[in-house]
Design a protein around this ligand. Structure first.
Ligand code: NAP
Length: 281
């Protein structure tokens, strides 16, 4: 088979893309901006009604086809259902966006180990399985691309967000490494590392006050920067100058300082919840 050149955004028109966590926030914005490029969409999340509403709007506005798959990505059985459902429809996504993820602000004394394990299953296991499954399909087709959503916290340990930050460090390192491996087949793989983005993330992470303290970026800005970087062939994208600087500077700061600095920042989120004890300080 003839070796293809790496895909560009223009190639997505009339082909399929797959977006996880499409029911809100950054994933919903990926779905909107990709639909505007004319790509058909597989949309995955747990909230079926939200996916149906989005699919209806995108079909009407952009004339694309959609397949919605309500699924809990922290469940290995649901991952298999996704693979088999997409295959049964003979869909081979040209672009896969591993976006679904969740976080939790909590201290070691109060963390529920089952919640932490589900977070790892979602943020780490599902990203790993979906990446290998679809990259192998793309290698067979000699064509495709992937965007894995990591975070600005991928670059450092974060006190009171220990599991989340470590899971996102995995996503960044994993993605950079497979990007190098996949380049052999001209597959374009990129890690997206957003800073604070105005989505539902902080409510579900028990840090409802965060967006009052830090303005952050809109999901629209994050996704348009991500798609431009992907089109330019970048392997890591950190949207926003401030977050770019943070991602560079943290490489040179001692780890002990970073854990103490993040402790003082996230402590305020812990204290804003009356039911949460911050353990011995
Ligand atoms: N917001 C930020 O500041 C920020 C910064 C850096 C990185 N990120 C990352 O960006 C990604 C998107 O987050 P967001 O900010 O857009 O937050 P969000 O608005 O809370 O969106 C999270 C998405 O993931 C889906 N999801 C969560 N748990 C799931 C599960 N078990 N199975 C299937 N889908 C699940 C949610 O859908 P359902 O609830 O319908 O399942 C939703 O569509 C995440 O990976 C997050 O870690 C966010």
């Amino acid at each position: 088979m003839e070796q293809q050149t790496r895909i560009r955004l223009a190639d997505l028109k009339g082909n399929w893309s797959l977006v996880t966590g499409a029911s809100s926030g950054i994933g919903l914005e990926f779905a909107r901006q990709l639909a505007a490029l004319g790509t058909h969409l597989v949309l995955i999340a747990r909230r079926e009604a939200a996916l149906q509403e989005l699919a209806g709007k995108l079909q009407q506005e952009y004339g694309i086809e959609t397949l919605i798959i309500p699924a809990d990505l922290s469940s290995p059985a649901d991952l298999e259902t996704i693979f088999s459902t997409v295959k049964a429809r003979q869909i081979q996504p040209l672009l896969v966006v591993n976006n679904a993820g969740s976080g939790c602000v909590v201290d070691v004394a109060n963390a529920d180990r089952h919640v932490m394990t589900r977070m790892i299953n979602l943020n780490v296991r599902s990203v790993t399985e979906i990446s290998y499954y679809y990259l192998q399909e793309m290698i067979r087709n000699q064509r495709g691309g992937m965007i894995n959503v990591a975070s600005i916290v991928s670059f450092q340990p974060v006190t009171y967000m220990a599991t989340y930050a470590a899971s996102k460090a995995f996503v960044l390192h994993f993605t950079e490494a497979i990007a190098e491996e996949a380049a052999k087949w001209n597959l374009q793989v990129m890690a997206l590392c957003p800073g604070t983005t105005r989505t539902e993330f902080f409510d579900s992470a028990n840090a409802g006050d965060w967006l009052k303290r830090f303005k952050g970026m809109s999901a629209g800005q994050v996704v348009s920067t991500a798609l431009r970087s992907f089109d330019a062939g970048k392997r890591v994208c950190v949207p926003g100058l401030k977050y770019k600087l943070i991602s560079c500077v943290t490489r040179f700061i001692p780890r002990g300082y970073l854990t103490r600095a993040s402790k003082s920042i996230f402590q305020k989120s812990l204290r804003s919840r009356p039911e949460q004890s911050t353990s011995q300080e």
